[in-house]
Design a protein around this ligand. Structure first.
Ligand code: 5GP
Length: 113
């Protein structure tokens, strides 16, 4: 949880398959996909975890959801998809930069592991 590899992707210092970019966020394919569609949507602003979101980030979080919804349509999974945020190591977070996982293209089960 120390090395912020996503900041390097935002800054173009390491490559990624970027599928959306705007002034507030970047979306790119996960390097280790867990579904046929597995995209990470990250804010340009460094927010370490979901628990670090502040009141001033409310519009930004809404924007990330709007982008997720648009990408689900664009990537052909709007018939059923999952948006996941792992918050802190105990919940499986490995990169200390807030990110939405957009997963689709297969059946999902509940409860998650
Ligand atoms: P987390 O476990 O923190 O919720 O999710 C981190 C995700 O980032 C994982 O699904 C992992 O496969 C992905 N990931 C880690 N390093 C890289 C990378 O260098 N490039 C890309 N595209 N994805 C990465």
């Amino acid at each position: 949880m120390e090395d912020n590899i996503f900041l390097k992707i935002i800054e173009g210092r390491i490559p990624a398959t970027i599928i959306h970019e705007d002034d507030r966020c970047v979306a790119f394919r996960d390097i280790n996909p867990q579904a046929p569609v597995h995209v990470l949507i990250i804010p340009r602003k460094v927010i370490r975890t979901h628990a670090d979101v502040s009141e001033e980030d409310r519009d930004l979080l809404g924007h990330l959801h709007w982008v997720a919804r648009q990408l689900a349509e664009k990537l052909g999974v709007a018939d059923g998809y999952r948006v996941v945020i792992n918050c802190k190591e105990r919940a499986g977070q490995t990169v200390p930069h807030l990110h939405f996982h957009l997963l689709g293209g297969r059946e999902f089960h509940w409860p998650p592991g």
